[in-house]
Design a protein around this ligand. Structure first.
Ligand SMILES: Cc1ncc(COP(=O)(O)O)c(C=O)c1O
Length: 355
């Protein structure tokens, strides 16, 4: 029963009777400093297309060897991905995507007039040999570590091999790092180099999904110029007040990120252990805030969980992983516990009769 056509059915939905393991949006508030600027903020004219100079300057401090002019501030990572793909789609080519993937990637590639090509992750991890084979004839590749929806983190060695191979072949590496600060297993390794185009956002690290502030970083001057040109004739500048809130967040003490990471770890343990106790088959989460357990007939399971148990989950099929459900654990502990109780109920009732 495909009565839930896609993520748009759930995005923004929420009432007190629902437990939403759906949308990937942090429930922690942004740093206090981000709100403080609102008391005096009064600039509502068009802003610079590339982004406010103060924010570009602050961003450059985050990436060793970068300059303010290497960045473009965008409407979230979403606009960043869209602009990068549409700019590199001249000439049109193939883009290599991991499977499972973030559900927008194939759409973004199609909207840019390009063709997605897939390689399968193994338990959420890149097998470099499989990657290398699949890369043949592609003009770009998307990397997302930590990943939505797998919750896995790629090995540093693999990421370095990818950097080297793509540099040799002249392939763009679009590194979607929106979960770079939510990583449990090690320090993050940020892909870098002349072919790397970094995409990031204030949505996840700073709990600012609705503000729509993200950015692109690349040392390729022509690429940055082309992105600015395209943005000039599409969205124009990114919300200026959003940018100033993002700037205040970026300048706030890093203890905000460390504190939130502790909260994420507690939730991850609760979720992972809870799912194991339910007998579900899943990978151990290494970053981001998702788990992707196996479920027979995932489309039906999502529908039953929603209609009968008031639990929102996302069908793995939307991420190229049918037979799995994605659960986001961006919700407080009490809700996670209640959600797991409802999943247990579902497993003992409707799910028990699935063939
Ligand atoms: C992997 C990945 N990339 C990009 C985005 C879009 O983020 P933004 O809110 O910055 O547009 C998301 C949001 O869930 C995501 O999970």
């Amino acid at each position: 029963m495909a009565d839930i056509p896609g993520p748009a059915f759930f995005i923004g939905k929420g009432d007190d009777t629902l437990i939403s393991f759906g949308s990937g949006q942090p429930d922690m508030p942004p740093p206090r400093q981000a709100f403080d600027i609102l008391k005096t903020y009064s600039a509502f004219k068009y802003g610079l297309i590339q982004g406010e100079v103060s924010l570009l300057t602050e961003l450059a401090k985050e990436y060793p060897g970068s300059r303010p002019e290497d960045f473009v501030v965008t409407n979230g990572a979403s606009e960043a991905i869209d602009l990068v793909l549409r700019v590199i789609a001249r000439p049109k080519g193939k883009v290599l995507l991991p499977r499972p993937y973030y559900y927008s990637y194939p759409h973004n590639v199609h909207f840019a007039g390009m063709t997605p090509v897939y390689y399968d992750l193994e338990k959420g991890k890149i097998n470099f040999e499989t990657f290398k084979e699949a890369l043949e004839g592609c003009s770009a590749v998307m990397i997302n570590s930590p990943s939505n929806p797998t919750g896995t983190v790629q090995e540093v060695e693999t990421l370095k091999q990818i950097e080297k191979l793509c540099e040799e072949k002249g392939t763009y590496v679009i590194s979607d790092e929106v979960y770079k600060d939510i990583i449990y297993v090690r320090e993050n390794y940020l892909l870098h180099g002349p072919r790397v185009v970094t995409v990031n956002s204030f949505s996840k690290t700073y709990g600012m999904c609705g503000l729509r502030v993200g950015y692109v970083y690349s040392q390729n001057k022509k690429l940055i110029e082309d992105i600015i040109e395209m943005k000039t004739h599409t969205a124009m500048n990114t919300s200026t007040v959003g940018q100033m809130m993002a700037l205040a967040a970026l300048r706030s003490p890093k203890s905000y990120i460390a504190h939130n990471l502790e909260t994420w770890k507690t939730r991850r343990d609760l979720m992972f252990n809870g799912m194991k106790e339910l007998g579900l088959d899943l990978w151990s989460p290494e970053g981001a805030f998702y788990v992707l357990p196996k479920f027979k007939n995932s489309t039906q399971a999502m529908s039953d969980l929603y209609h009968t148990h008031k639990v929102i989950t996302y069908d793995g099929a939307w991420f190229g992983a049918p037979g799995r459900l994605r659960f986001s654990y961006a919700l407080d502990e009490q809700k996670i516990i209640e959600g797991l109780r409802r999943v247990r109920e579902f497993l003992g009732r409707e799910y028990a009769s699935y063939s």
